[in-house]
Design a protein around this ligand. Structure first.
Ligand code: NCD
Length: 329
């Protein structure tokens, strides 16, 4: 179950410049041009929000937020994105407890029901491939807000937008990706996104047991991105443009014991590590929640963007994506 789902050619609909009505399931649907389209619109959304300008772009649109796993930022930013644009949301968190799922309703039926009420479904689910299954059933677009340890494409939109705003480009960059490459869906989508641009290198820092599967490592390398696995803080190159720290995905492990062992072997960002291995221009990112990833003593460092622009960009990029998918931009 650890391996990322590889989509057979043709099984995913490419965006190819036209977002309207499309499901967003994987970074594999995007080209560099598609990403730039989202970013251009995200910049407009940013201006709108900063000016507290009311918008009716999504007036009359109802979006289901169907979250089978806990979430703060993704749920909150999708809700904020729809509402900022004058639309409405149907919020279902923990459907296994609060909906007919509890009575034994199938996943497919639940998706059909919410698809019948709304114009789009944003789905978070613990099983890899759940979003793709939902897309097969629903007659409205499905946005993958994280499917198990597979992918989290909208997180990557905001992550790449954050990097792009900082450096003005997405090519010829070096990134340190630390924590849990095996199970972090944010990393699985981010590496795919970075592979769309020339000359990028990522350094993966993790305990041995949390490395990417060998199949994924080879498949991702074959896209042209350079991937270097490192095993200690001493190996972190000092010229990285960004550090992206992820927590150990406890909920994907088989026992608390396993988690505790891995947590003891994992790496943390401290003021000392930043002083030793980071340069002045880099940015420090974390998709959050922060659990054993970054010492709060680092928060006041201006390079720490995880509680600042990285968070806000989640709102702007999701506003942009929703407007595009619902055919309003
Ligand atoms: C991430 C996720 O859910 O995959 N959180 C998020 O959406 N910002 C990262 C995580 O849970 O570790």
């Amino acid at each position: 179950m650890n391996q990322v789902i590889t989509h057979p050619p043709g099984s995913l609909e490419l965006i190819s410049g036209d977002f309207k009505g499309k499901d967003i399931l994987s970074l594999d649907q995007f080209s560099a041009a598609d990403l730039y389209r989202v970013f251009a619109l995200a910049r407009e959304m940013k201006e709108l929000v900063l000016a507290s300008q009311p918008s009716q772009l999504l007036a009359g649109q109802l979006v289901a937020l169907l979250f089978y796993e806990p979430s703060s930022r993704t749920f909150g930013s999708f809700a904020a994105a729809v509402k900022r644009l004058g639309g409405q949301t149907l919020d279902i968190q923990n459907p296994e407890v609060v909906s007919s799922v509890w009575k034994g309703e199938s996943f497919e039926d639940t998706i059909s029901v919410f698809g019948a009420y709304t114009q789009a479904i944003v789905l978070r689910h613990p099983l890899p491939g759940a979003a793709q299954r939902a897309a097969e059933v629903a007659n409205v677009p499905v946005i993958n807000a994280g499917d198990g340890n597979n992918e989290h494409p909208t997180q990557t939109l905001l992550d790449l937008f954050t990097i792009y705003e900082q450096f003005g480009r997405l090519d010829h960059l070096k990134g340190l990706l630390a924590g849990d490459p095996l199970n972090s869906r944010t990393l699985h989508s981010l590496i795919r996104g970075l592979a769309l641009f020339e000359g990028n290198t990522v350094y993966l820092l993790s305990p041995e047991a949390l490395r990417l599967t060998r199949e994924d490592l080879l498949a991702l390398r074959s896209r042209g991105i350079e991937i270097v696995e490192i095993h200690s803080e001493r190996e972190i190159p000092t010229d990285c443009h960004f550090w992206y720290w992820t927590r150990i995905q406890k909920e994907r492990l088989s026992s608390l014991d396993e988690y505790q062992q891995l947590a003891a072997a994992s790496f943390q960002v401290t003021p000392a590590l930043l002083a030793e291995r980071a340069n002045r221009e880099m940015i420090l990112m974390d998709p959050l929640p922060r659990v054993g990833t970054i010492d709060p003593a680092v928060d006041s460092d201006e390079r720490a963007v995880y509680l600042r622009s990285q968070i806000r960009n989640g709102l702007y990029t999701r506003m942009a994506l929703l407007a595009l998918i619902l055919g309003k931009a």
